[in-house]
Design a binder for this molecule. Structure first.
Ligand SMILES: Cc1ncc(C[n+]2csc(CCOP(=O)(O)OP(=O)(O)O)c2C)c(N)n1
Ligand SMILES: [Mg+2]
Length: 227
């Protein structure tokens, strides 16, 4: 149960990033819930760029794209919005960032989960299985590669942490520990998805996971519009 522990809502972190990022920043976004938060919270202004694999859905593209973008636009702020799964897959690219001393800002949306796939499974009626995993300290990994990094675990530290990262003159990684239960609710929900989700919830409860479902509900009730 997560009761009483303040967790970082990824939506909040994305909106802070939107406010603090440069007017001509280049954002690269991983396939997963990162591209949902990017699409919803990054304000387009005609000068910014958002690069992602929105249609094809290739995983782990944010960091390699950020490397390319930073080489192409040496003077621009380049921000990689990486999923923890995505970064885990192409983690060696942190060494490329360091090797070329690229001032890429890697923001890891670290939910210790293949979050998007968990959601896809739930709406298909499948209880979460093998999509969550043990926490990984990506800040420690970055530091061991010589990249300056911070790990942010509390909502009150998001603004200062992101400010510090964006102001840093060189590569920087922010390990942003977000609420693993935060669901990216689609703008349109089909009856089949509702049915699948209810079925998965029922199966989870019958399997002894009532606490899990309560945590999930508690984390997402805030998204339901109130009059
Ligand atoms: C090469 C490849 N493998 C698997 C997938 C399926 N897939 C899409 S999103 C995703 C989860 C990615 O995890 P993470 O980067 O942590 O993203 P998040 O938790 O934010 O959804 C997976 C496995 C894919 N799109 N491409
Ligand atoms: Mg993840």
């Amino acid at each position: 149960m997560t009761l009483g522990r303040a967790t970082i809502h990824p939506e909040y972190a994305a909106s802070v990033l939107d406010e603090l990022a440069a007017g001509d920043a280049v954002f690269t976004v991983d396939t997963g819930v990162s591209n949902v938060w990017a699409a919803r919270y990054l304000t387009p202004n005609g000068r910014r760029r958002v690069i992602g694999s929105f249609l094809h859905g290739t995983m782990a593209n944010a960091l390699p794209r950020a490397i390319g973008a930073q080489f192409a636009y040496a003077g621009r702020q380049v921000i990689s919005m990486s999923g923890d799964g995505g970064l885990g897959m192409l983690m060696g690219e942190l060494l490329t960032v360091k090797l070329h001393d690229l001032p890429v800002k890697t923001i890891v949306i670290n939910n210790s989960s293949l979050g998007m796939v968990k959601l896809e499974m739930l709406v298909e009626g499948l209880p979460e299985h093998e999509t969550d995993h043990e926490p990984v300290d990506y800040a420690a990994i970055a530091r061991s590669a010589g990249i300056e990094a911070i790990r942010i675990e509390h909502p009150g530290d998001v603004v200062e942490g992101l400010k510090r990262a964006l102001a840093h003159d060189g590569p920087f990684l922010v390990d942003l520990v977000t609420d693993a239960n935060a669901l990216s609710i689609p703008p349109h929900i089909s009856a089949a998805q509702v049915k699948g989700f209810a079925f998965a919830a029922g199966r989870t409860v019958l399997d002894g996971g009532v606490g899990k479902m309560l945590d999930l509900a508690r984390a997402n009730l805030r998204n339901i519009p109130r009059p």
